[in-house]
Design a protein around this ligand. Structure first.
Ligand SMILES: [Zn+2]
Length: 127
């Protein structure tokens, strides 16, 4: 049984704490059955999707930048682009997956840090 990582649960809870009225339609940690067939950090509970909802404070253009500041994060996919911290010198690169991630951003984290529940960069925002 796959467990959602503590770090990913904390990430989404921290967003909800600062933006309680936000849309969560695309939120998720564990992949659905279709997702489980693909290689994905969701399958190990080491990734989360955050719904883009700028009207309620969650603008993923901004949150994607914040996510990259967190030491647990390996890569972020948002709005047809991907930023892999292992190749940070390249910056944001075109993402060619079938899902353009225009309604949510995807954040993957390091397996070794999945139990780290420290606050995410957005936890102290006043939106
Ligand atoms: Zn995802």
């Amino acid at each position: 049984m796959v467990q959602a990582s503590v770090a990913c649960k904390k990430a989404l809870a921290d967003v909800t704490a600062v933006c309680p009225g936000r849309d969560r339609s695309y939120d998720g940690i564990i992949g659905d059955d279709a997702h489980q067939k693909r290689k994905s950090d969701h399958n190990s509970g080491n990734a989360f999707d955050l719904t883009h909802d700028p009207e309620h404070g969650v603008d993923c253009h901004f949150f994607a930048q914040l996510a990259l500041l967190d030491y647990r994060v390996t890569y972020v996919i948002w709005n047809k682009k991907i930023y892999n911290k292992a190749a940070a010198a390249k910056g944001w690169l075109p993402y060619k997956g079938t899902n353009g991630h225009t309604h949510h951003m995807h954040v993957s984290i390091k397996d070794t840090l999945r139990c780290v529940a420290s606050p995410w960069p957005w936890a102290s925002l006043e939106l």
